[in-house]
Design a protein around this ligand. Structure first.
Ligand code: PMP
Length: 396
């Protein structure tokens, strides 16, 4: 008999919605044109591209011309950070552009910032996020300098699910910009927020916003960057000049079609999906805290994404837990998927002050729109058994 498999790792990726898949399918086969071609095949692809751009614009409440399609959030984030710094390339040599970000951003933000620092292109302030995993507005305000050009703060953290005060940061930057010659841009990595939170760019006050389709029941390898009109930004990749000259390379038309539809569906399902998922997640948290000893929830209990639960289990190794659960058919994560297999403690858990030895017992459980109560209860029961077994082996 085929073994049951339960997927509780929706922050790593999501299955493609069947409707999204069926809309994408013809763009692999009969509608395969290159949108840059002028013949009918090209026009067919280019029409699909522009339809997806309109869907994205509707979702984010912006102009279609402010959406740049990319291969995903990693690329969008690289373009947002490096592109805005490069646009300031003729800064005075004694005054590099200054960026403010947080210590627990996704590695594609942190590594882009580090690269720019190493190349002498920028100076970066990495703000703490405290025990709760939420950046303080006052810390951002205090970090602003005359040469600050960009504040980049993620909307929802991918490991612990904490929600950042993006709207308040937007207001702070708007107020600060009134008295400044060098305007500060505001970027948010909204990759983990699209399914559950308001992402209208004017409500958030952002100039740049990144996302990836595969986190919202769309395909892997497609994403976009919202870039507000007149934002100073330069391309980081040279080529044929697609996407307003900001992102060369032949378009991933099926992927972009899937992205557009996934955004339409996310908008329609958001409120209902949030409530259902949150109720299941709360059931999960309360049963685990009640029925397993030596467990801690990481990050704010209230200001967190409705689909995220991240725990420390004392006296167990997260890797052992993950493998034990996998044998039971339950898929979860010890940290972000990108750093799985990396034995260093998670930079996110370090940022919220979890001691290194404890951080090894962390487990991230993330739910999605296909999660059922049966799956949650099955996973909790499996977890109870695996934790008990591992503690017994360790003599704890
Ligand atoms: N930012 C965040 C917050 C993420 O969760 C992820 C994916 N784990 C990324 C960026 C990178 O997305 P992708 O791998 O699709 O480029």
């Amino acid at each position: 008999m085929k073994k049951k498999r339960i997927y509780l790792d929706y922050a790593a990726t999501t299955p493609v919605d069947p409707q999204v898949f069926s809309d994408m399918r013809p763009y692999f086969t009969e509608k395969f044109g290159n949108p840059m071609s002028i013949h009918s095949f090209g026009r067919e692809a280019s029409d699909a591209l522009e339809k997806a751009r309109q869907s994205a614009a509707l979702f984010f409440g912006c102009d279609p011309g402010e959406i740049v399609f990319t291969s995903g959030a990693t690329e969008s984030n690289n373009l947002a950070i490096k592109g805005t710094i490069i646009a300031q390339a003729n800064h005075k040599s004694d005054c590099k552009p200054h960026i403010i970000t947080t210590q627990f951003e996704h590695s594609c933000i942190l590594n882009s910032c580090k690269k720019m620092e190493e190349q002498g292109m920028a100076e970066v302030t990495y703000l703490p996020v405290g025990k709760e995993g939420i950046v303080k507005i006052k810390d951002i305000e205090d970090a602003i300098k005359p040469n600050t050009i960009l504040v980049s703060v993620m909307y929802v953290n991918n490991e612990i699910g904490t929600v950042q005060p993006v709207k308040e940061i937007g207001k702070l930057i708007e107020k600060t910009n009134k008295n400044r010659e060098q305007k500060i841009l505001f970027h948010t990595d909204a990759t983990q927020a699209i399914n559950y939170f308001d992402c209208k760019v004017d409500n958030l006050g952002v100039d740049l916003l990144s996302m990836s389709a595969h986190k919202i029941y769309g395909p892997k390898g497609a994403g976009c960057l919202f870039i507000r009109k007149n934002t100073p930004i330069k391309r980081i990749q040279d080529g044929g000049g697609q996407e307003f000259g900001l992102r060369s390379s032949t378009h991933n038309v099926p992927g972009i079609v899937g992205l557009g539809l996934a955004l339409n569906i996310a908008e329609k399902e958001r409120q209902k999906a949030s409530k259902i998922v949150e109720k299941l997640r709360d059931h999960l948290i309360s049963r685990i805290m009640k029925e397993i000893k030596g467990v801690k929830l990481n990050g704010s209990r209230l200001k967190r994404s409705p689909n995220n639960a991240n725990f420390i289990f004392q006296n167990v190794e997260g890797e052992g837990l993950l493998l034990g659960l996998d044998i039971e058919g339950v898929a979860v994560s010890t940290g972000s998927a990108c750093s799985s297999g990396d034995l260093r403690p998670s930079h996110v858990l370090m940022a919220i002050g979890i001691p290194e030895e404890e951080s090894h017992g962390s487990l991230r459980i993330t739910l999605g729109k296909y999660t059922t109560k049966y799956e949650i209860d099955y996973a909790i029961n499996a977890l109870k058994e695996v934790v008990a077994r591992l503690r017994k082996i360790a003599g704890k």
